[in-house]
Design a protein around this ligand. Structure first.
Ligand code: EPZ
Length: 422
């Protein structure tokens, strides 16, 4: 298993191009199932999760081609759905593959999709996905770890209130509703920018979706969709991650092809911590506003709240900030696995249930640490960049899932970082 070696203490200076958002790209790929005409996606990120989902879609008969001259351009042609079964050995590699269930029900009237199973940060149930699809007239039963869905007469519009906000369930039911008979209303819908991006793409293909990005989304079902062309929005989590890397190392990085628009409450938290995030004509400039960083309390919430996907990275920043910060993780039940690893580097963190109390220390010190999930991994990279001495992050396959060319991007900003074959 590959590792990443870092010699920290070098202020990062330079520029980093931000890729298309992984958590938008994956759903946009699934959306291709809804049409028998090709969908062209631009600004696709070169990450392992996209490759894993490509394999699932190809298993279903989708023809996926990458432009050899422009690898960030992907064409998906679902003219023929050769199979409605998404097998366990493919789905388990990328949980969001479960979202093919709704589009297959909408397009083909049946589907057999493996339950994705949990992951390091939580059990990741899909009960809200199932609730929404059943409300639209499908029957879904669990058999041998597979969801067996049927909608022989197609899906019908429904008025659905989610008992709790779920990004995936909102996207899943929104996609299925595009081809349902009648109108579907989603209440207590997630409002993430990636949902707006998905709705924009579907509308460009001929769907009739209103209200994406708000708490109530209305989808008027249509007979069928055309093809389309859509540019994936910038990855706000990659953006926030590199902003924090710049601040943690007291450097200055210009992040290209991105914006501060989608950072939600993280913007305020960063500014309060003493991080200057300034729009430029190419993107944004990230530096410390003045010298040391200050401790800031955060609570993760659905968008526009502080993104749970930035919590671990922010903790790495708070590890050497002046004062005590309280970090409340409200979205996932097990998203503090980076804490024991940060403590190996000298961080002072105490966890009480869903709250971590971080007392800033003068310096972190490099150590051997273990990556456990995607965002915990990058938290350890940020900490290693700021720490004195050498850090080796083990099991970096987690990183490859969601960060395109991370070593190259940081190395180009002066980081002493290399990938070590494991
Ligand atoms: C998406 O996961 C993202 N993944 C996650 O990013 C992100 O952390 C999360 O949204 C929250 O923003 C992708 O988009 C591929 P949820 P998702 O449904 O859709 C519970 C990363 O690092 N829940 O909003 O799975 C669930 O257990 C990943 O890029 C149910 O109880 O998140 C969680 O506690 C990690 N039943 C909460 O809701 C359900 O049916 C929010 O989950 C669905 C969810």
């Amino acid at each position: 298993m590959d590792k990443i070696g870092i010699v920290g203490g070098v202020p990062l200076k330079g520029e980093i191009s931000i890729a298309g958002a992984k958590n938008a790209a994956l759903k946009l790929m699934v959306a291709a199932l809804l049409s028998d005409r090709p969908l062209v996606l631009e600004n696709m990120p070169g990450v392992a999760d996209v490759i894993a989902l490509t394999h699932v879609l190809e298993e279903l008969g989708v023809v996926v081609t990458i432009d050899p001259d422009m690898p960030s351009r992907m064409t998906l042609d679902a003219a023929v759905i050769a199979s409605t079964t998404a097998p366990y050995d493919l789905v388990r590699k990328m949980r969001a593959s479960v979202l093919v269930l709704g589009p297959l029900l909408a397009r083909c009237g049946k589907a057999t999709v493996s339950l994705p199973g949990g992951c390091a940060i939580g059990t990741r149930p899909v009960d809200l996905h199932i609730m929404g699809l059943e409300a639209m007239g499908s029957t879904i039963r669990l058999e041998d770890g597979y969801l067996l869905g049927e909608a022989p007469h197609g899906l019908k519009g429904a008025d659905i209130t989610f008992p709790q906000i779920s990004v995936g369930a909102t996207e899943h039911v929104m996609m299925a509703a595009v081809l349902a008979k009648g109108t579907t209303v989603l209440r207590n819908a997630a409002q993430e920018p990636e949902i707006v991006d998905l709705a924009d793409c579907l509308n460009a293909m001929g769907a009739e979706i209103e209200g994406a990005g708000e708490a109530v989304i209305r989808i008027r079902g249509v007979e069928g969709l055309n093809g389309g062309r859509h540019r994936v929005l910038p990855d706000r989590i990659e953006t926030g991650t590199y902003v924090m890397a710049a601040a943690a190392t007291d450097g200055e990085i210009e992040l290209l092809d991105t914006t501060t628009d989608y950072l939600g409450d993280a913007m305020g938290a960063l500014e309060a911590a003493g991080v200057a995030v300034t729009p430029t004509n190419r993107g944004i400039l990230a530096t410390r506003a003045n010298g040391r960083l200050s401790a800031v309390d955060i609570t993760t919430r659905p968008y526009p709240g502080f993104a749970t996907d930035l919590q671990a990275q922010f903790m790495a920043l708070m590890a050497t900030a002046t004062g005590e910060s309280r970090i409340q993780e409200n979205i996932f039940e097990n998203r503090f696995m980076h804490v024991p690893e940060l403590m190996r580097m000298g961080a002072d963190v105490q966890v009480h249930g869903g709250t971590a109390i971080v007392n800033g220390v003068e310096r972190l010190h490099g150590a051997q640490v273990m990556a456990t999930d995607l965002r915990a991994s990058v938290c350890l990279v940020v900490a290693g960049l700021a720490a004195e001495g050498e850090t080796v992050v083990n099991r970096v396959y987690h990183l490859d899932r969601g960060y395109e060319r991370l070593v190259d991007k940081l190395g180009a900003c002066g980081a002493k970082i290399e990938r070590l074959a494991g």
